[in-house]
Design a protein around this ligand. Structure first.
Ligand SMILES: [Zn+2]
Ligand SMILES: [Zn+2]
Length: 340
């Protein structure tokens, strides 16, 4: 019986064997894989920058350069690894990344050891996926690991719900939309084709969207809020203003309608939640739900699974895997302090 060699540390750092961390730092591990740029996956990034080699998809690298400007471009410990390509470690094992359908640059990770054992991390992932990593041991994201987290509508229906809400509300005035990074670009993509009103954003968001456009996301034109055209557009009755992390949503009272696009899927049978006639939430999620998470685990072929128990649902998911997936043994992560 092969010993379990994957785990998650207390701060959320994923450990694959004894040399690779994902989305976090651990003493003595020379390599860090950055699966994507969401804040909760950027644990101790500055420490890693100084002490580890960092491996990521080129798209993630570009988003980091756009966000942090700074010195990243001049560092030789940042490695851009295209999907399906191999990155060889000193001990002869190698890393491989595959897309995870969560946001631009997001990936699943495999580490193939010299003895043939394959270990991996799902990263945050959406479903369905074109390609799934094939591994013996897996750390799986448990965001929707509860059997109660089942979505009873499609993502296409959620997008449809968002566009009809926006079209309807634009008759009463401007519409302000807040979403996470990655999701806000999806909102732009959904709306920009035929919305027929200006879409306003901060300089920060425009820069981020440009990275998406460089990688082929055909999103519409954004007007900079502080520019002359942007200011003029905002004097009109109807426009859409997009906001994401760092854009100052809700810092001042706003005219018109506010819509938050969030990953919460309560109620599970309807993507729309109305707070008032001017405030709504649309559940637009780039995460697999509970059933999709089980389908993903099955597709990886993993026989040992560690559920990420540093947040909600790690225990519930491990239990469900043991009950429902034959031949798969799951346990919640140890959440230890020290390196595993
Ligand atoms: Zn994420
Ligand atoms: Zn996450």
């Amino acid at each position: 019986m092969v010993k379990q060699i994957v785990d998650v540390l207390r701060d959320g750092t994923i450990c694959l064997g004894s040399s690779v961390t994902c989305d976090g730092f651990a003493e003595g591990f020379p390599i860090r894989v950055q699966t994507h740029v969401h804040d909760d996956h950027m644990i101790k990034f500055e420490t890693s920058k100084g002490l580890q080699d960092l491996v990521m998809r080129p798209e993630t690298y570009s988003l980091l350069v756009a966000e942090k400007n700074a010195d990243l471009e001049y560092r030789d410990n940042f490695h851009r690894l295209g999907c399906g390509k191999k990155f060889e470690l000193e001990d002869g094992s190698h890393l491989c990344l595959l897309p995870s359908n969560h946001m631009l640059g997001s990936c699943q990770v495999t580490l193939q050891r010299t003895d043939g054992l394959r270990i991996g991390y799902s990263g945050d992932f959406g479903w369905p996926l074109g390609k799934v990593i094939e591994v013996d041991q897996l750390v799986v994201d448990s965001t929707y690991g509860s059997p109660r987290s089942v979505r009873h509508y499609t993502q296409a229906a959620a997008e449809e719900c968002l566009s009809s809400l926006v079209f309807g509300q634009l008759r009463q005035g401007p519409v302000h939309i807040y979403a996470h990074r990655g999701t806000i670009e999806r909102v732009l993509h959904v709306l920009s084709d035929n919305i027929g009103v200006p879409i306003i954003a901060t300089a920060r968001l425009i820069k981020e969207v440009e990275v998406y456009q460089d990688y082929g996301l055909a999103a519409g034109e954004l007007l900079w809020a502080d520019s002359e055209v942007g200011q003029l557009a905002m004097q009109e009755k109807s426009f859409v203003h997009l906001y994401s992390k760092g854009d100052g949503f809700r810092n001042e009272p706003m005219d018109g309608t506010s819509i938050t696009c969030s990953a919460y899927m309560v109620p599970s049978n309807n993507p729309l939640l109305q707070y008032s006639d001017r405030a709504y939430r649309v559940s637009l999620s780039n995460h697999a739900d509970f059933n999709e998470t089980l389908a993903y685990i099955k597709a990886t072929g993993a026989k040992k699974v560690v559920t990420d128990n540093t947040r909600n649902h790690g225990c519930e998911l491990a239990l469900a895997i043991n009950q429902r997936l034959e031949g798969v043994f799951a346990s919640p992560s140890s959440n230890k302090r020290a390196p595993c």
